[in-house]
Design a protein. Structure first.
Ligand SMILES: [Zn+2]
Length: 392
C-alpha cells in the first residue's frame, strides 16, 4: 500500500511538473499552438526595382484582412511564424492593417454545402491558456482576442495606433504625411459566432473597438446563409435586426462568406456602402466563396470595395503569380477603383507576407498599371472606403 501511494505521488508530481513546464513554454511563447498548427515565416523577399521602390514608398499601403490575433504571439517582435508582425509591417511599407477576429474554426472548410459546426479553436485556446471565459463563451472569446490588439498598441509607444473613427484615420494619414513613423490597425469580426447571434452584443463589440462584422462563416447561421453553406438562402429576420443594429452603431457589414442572396438582401437595407474584405472572382476561380462578377460589380457600383484573399481558395494557386493573376482579373471585372488587398495573413499558407508588399507594387507596374491605379489598389481604395464608412 505504501509503495502504491508513493507511486501515485510521483505521478502527481510529474503531472504538476508538466503543467508548470507547459505554462512556462506558452507564457514565454517558446511553444504555442502556432508552433504546432500555424504557418512559418516566408524568406525575406528579393529587392524590387528602383522605380517600384520609389513608388511604394509614396503609397499609403493597406491590407484589410489578417487572422493573426488567434495566435499567442507578441506582434511587436519579429517572428519566425506567420505572415504578420509589426517589424515586418514596417519592412513592407504597410500603413494600415485590418484584423478580423475568428472565434470558430470547423474541420470542414472546403467546397460547398457545409454543415460542420465543430470548433478547433476551443482546443487551441486550451493549449494557449486563454482565460476560461474566452474558451467557453464566444462573445468573451471575441472580446479577448480583440483586446490583444489594444494591448499591442499600448506597448508600441504611439507607433501603432488603433483606428476607431474616421478622424483617427485622417490623423494617421496627416502624421505619416509629416514624416512620422506611425501605422494604423483596426478590428473586425470574422463569422458572427462572436455575437452569440444576439444583435444586442454588437454594442459590446463596438465599444471594444470592433468596426465591422461578417454575418456567417463557412456554414449558415441564425443571421444569414453562407456561400459555402447548405441552404444558399439569404438574410433571416434576425439577420435583418443585426444589420439594423450595426447600422445604428456605425459598424460595417462585411459581406465576405455571405451567399449571393444574403449579399443582395444586405445591399437592399444596409446604410453604409458595401464591403467584402476577402473574396475572389468566380469567373477566375470556381469556389463557392468567390463571387459572381455581376455581384462584384454591384458592390463597387454602390461605392463599396472588394478585397482579394490570397489563399488558393480565392486565387486558384499557391504561387505569387496566382495572386497577381487573380488581382489582375478582379481589376478587369470591377475596375481599379473597387479593388483592395485582403490577404488572410497567418491562417493558412500564403505565398506573400506583409513584408513582401513591395513585390505587389512591382508586379502591378510590370503588368502595365499606371501610378494612379497602383495607388488605389495598394491601399487608396481601402483608405477612401474606411474614411467614409467609419463613424465620424
Ligand atoms: Zn474568411
Amino acid at each position: 500500500m505504501e509503495t502504491l501511494v508513493s507511486f501515485g505521488g510521483w505521478i502527481a508530481l510529474a503531472l504538476a511538473g508538466l503543467v508548470i513546464l507547459w505554462t512556462v513554454l506558452v507564457r514565454t511563447q517558446l511553444l504555442t499552438a502556432e508552433h504546432l498548427f500555424g504557418t512559418r515565416a516566408l524568406p525575406d523577399p528579393p529587392a524590387v526595382s528602383g522605380l517600384a521602390k520609389e513608388l511604394h514608398k509614396r503609397l499609403v499601403v493597406a491590407d484589410i484582412h489578417a487572422d493573426t490575433l488567434i495566435w499567442r504571439r507578441d506582434l511587436l517582435r519579429r517572428s519566425t511564424l506567420g505572415h504578420f508582425d509589426f517589424p515586418r509591417m514596417a519592412d513592407g511599407g504597410v500603413a494600415l492593417q485590418g484584423f478580423l477576429v475568428v472565434t470558430e474554426a470547423p474541420r470542414e472548410v472546403i467546397g460547398g454545402g457545409l454543415t460542420d459546426k465543430s470548433d478547433r479553436l476551443t482546443a487551441l485556446g486550451v493549449f494557449d491558456q486563454w482565460p476560461a471565459r474566452a474558451i467557453t463563451r464566444q462573445v468573451d472569446r471575441a472580446l479577448y482576442l480583440g483586446s490583444k490588439l489594444e494591448r499591442h498598441c499600448a506597448r508600441s509607444q504611439g507607433r501603432i495606433r488603433m483606428i476607431r473613427r474616421s478622424g483617427d484615420l485622417s490623423e494617421l494619414l496627416n502624421r505619416r504625411a509629416g514624416g512620422e513613423d506611425v501605422r494604423g490597425v483596426y478590428l473586425g469580426l470574422e463569422g458572427a459566432d462572436g455575437t452569440n447571434y444576439d444583435p444586442r452584443n454588437f454594442q459590446r463589440l463596438f465599444e471594444a473597438g470592433f468596426r465591422m462584422s461578417e454575418l456567417c462563416h463557412y456554414t449558415d447561421t441564425p443571421f444569414a446563409a453562407s456561400s459555402s453553406g447548405h441552404s444558399l438562402g439569404g438574410l433571416t429576420p434576425l439577420g435583418r435586426d443585426a444589420v439594423k443594429m450595426m447600422d445604428e452603431l456605425g459598424m460595417v457589414v462585411d459581406l465576405a462568406h455571405a451567399s449571393p442572396r444574403t449579399i443582395e438582401d444586405v445591399l437592399a437595407i444596409a446604410a453604409r456602402p458595401p464591403l467584402v474584405t476577402h473574396t475572389g472572382s468566380a469567373s477566375c476561380h470556381d469556389d463557392p466563396k468567390c463571387l459572381p462578377d455581376s455581384l462584384l460589380r454591384e458592390v463597387v457600383a454602390r461605392g463599396g470595395i472588394v478585397g482579394l484573399g490570397f489563399v488558393p481558395d480565392y486565387v486558384g494557386g499557391t504561387e505569387t503569380d496566382a495572386v497577381m493573376r487573380a488581382l489582375d482579373h478582379l481589376v478587369r471585372v470591377v475596375g481599379p477603383e473597387g479593388v483592395a488587398l485582403g490577404s488572410g495573413f497567418c491562417a493558412l499558407p500564403l505565398p506573400i507576407a506583409v513584408n513582401h508588399f513591395p513585390l505587389i507594387t512591382e508586379a502591378l507596374l510590370v503588368r502595365g498599371y499606371d501610378e494612379a491605379a497602383t495607388t488605389r489598389i495598394m491601399g487608396g481604395n481601402a483608405v477612401r472606403y474606411l474614411l467614409s464608412a467609419l463613424p465620424a
